[in-house]
Design a protein around this ligand. Structure first.
Ligand SMILES: [Fe+2]
Ligand SMILES: [Fe+2]
Length: 298
């Protein structure tokens, strides 16, 4: 509770009241290969639909337990807004899964494993009230801050990934990704500020970043291999690290270099999420998003 640095004036003026937006996406016209001629990059992005519903519900579950530990009313309001936005994200990505199944790619075997990971391995466990339970809660709060570093990174990337437009990516999928990405940019400081407020221990920040990073790499490579190998439109579909490097160079995925540079950024003692991404760009996208405005397309 003692590690909250005062927000610099320039950051305080950037503060926005967070609120979930009702969204609506119609998937009937979205093809399985929504990024034409690049099933690998499309499936790398599709892994989000596998991980986020369970992952973001887990954020909500953990944060509801942290609310009684918050001693700052504005931060509490931010966390409540964050919870509302993440719950909406989880539901929106969940809605893509039945569509993938209709197109012949049943994600259930993979999502069952992800559900187990978040509900059991990262769940509450049967800890008695006291130090061990508090330690586990703080570990998870720190882990969420590390994951949110990456959701903000990806959000900023997708808002600026003009190559997806140039390749003719499906407009509904792009809108889902950019609406979500824009809200990730909008609330990018909340998880980190909450971690600083309730704990802020640097050793914990580093340790939980390592755990979160390894888990994300493991889950992502398994997820993309699952999609490539089970895609009914591919003959002998395979995923490889070389394809990842190629897609990054072409701008249809974040580049390996940008991802590598984001590591020391998060581990810097002077890091704050407000230093990256543009709140104004996120707000501009949200104001124009067809999905976030009732699903009415121009
Ligand atoms: Fe999210
Ligand atoms: Fe988020």
């Amino acid at each position: 509770m003692s590690n909250t640095p005062p927000a610099p004036a320039s950051l305080a003026s950037e503060h926005v009241d967070l609120q979930p937006r009702n969204v609506s996406f119609g998937w009937q016209d979205t093809p399985l290969h929504w990024l034409p001629h690049d099933p690998f990059a499309g499936h790398m992005i599709n892994v989000l639909h596998l991980l986020l519903p369970a992952g973001e519900r887990w954020f909500v579950h953990v944060y509801k337990q942290v609310l009684p530990h918050i001693r700052d009313e504005r931060l509490r309001a931010d966390v409540v807004g964050f919870i509302g936005q993440e719950a909406m994200h989880a539901a929106a990505h969940d809605d893509v899964l039945p569509h993938l199944k209709r197109l012949g790619l049943d994600p259930t075997p993979y999502t069952a494993q992800v559900d187990w990971l978040f509900e059991k391995l990262l769940g509450d466990r049967t800890l008695p009230p006291g130090r061990a339970r508090h330690w586990w809660l703080m570990e998870r709060v720190a882990m969420i801050a590390a994951i949110e570093h990456y959701t903000a990174f990806l959000g900023d990337w997708v808002l600026n990934a003009g190559e997806l437009d140039r390749r003719g990516a499906d407009p509904t999928m792009l809108d889902l990704l950019r609406w979500h990405g824009a809200e990730e940019v909008e609330h990018r400081s909340v998880a980190f500020d909450l971690f600083l407020h309730v704990d802020g221990n640097y050793g914990r920040r580093v340790r939980t970043w390592g755990t979160a990073f390894c888990a994300l790499v493991f889950l992502w490579q398994r997820g993309v291999r699952f999609f490539m190998e089970n895609d009914p439109q591919l003959v002998d579909g395979k995923a490889s690290f070389g394809q990842f490097l190629r897609a990054g160079r072409q701008g249809v995925l974040p580049s390996a270099g940008a991802m590598a540079r984001s590591i020391p950024t998060y581990l810097s003692r002077t890091y704050h999420p407000s230093q990256e991404g543009s709140t104004a760009q996120a707000a501009a996208y949200l104001a124009a998003s067809p999905g976030a405005n009732g699903g009415v397309r121009p």
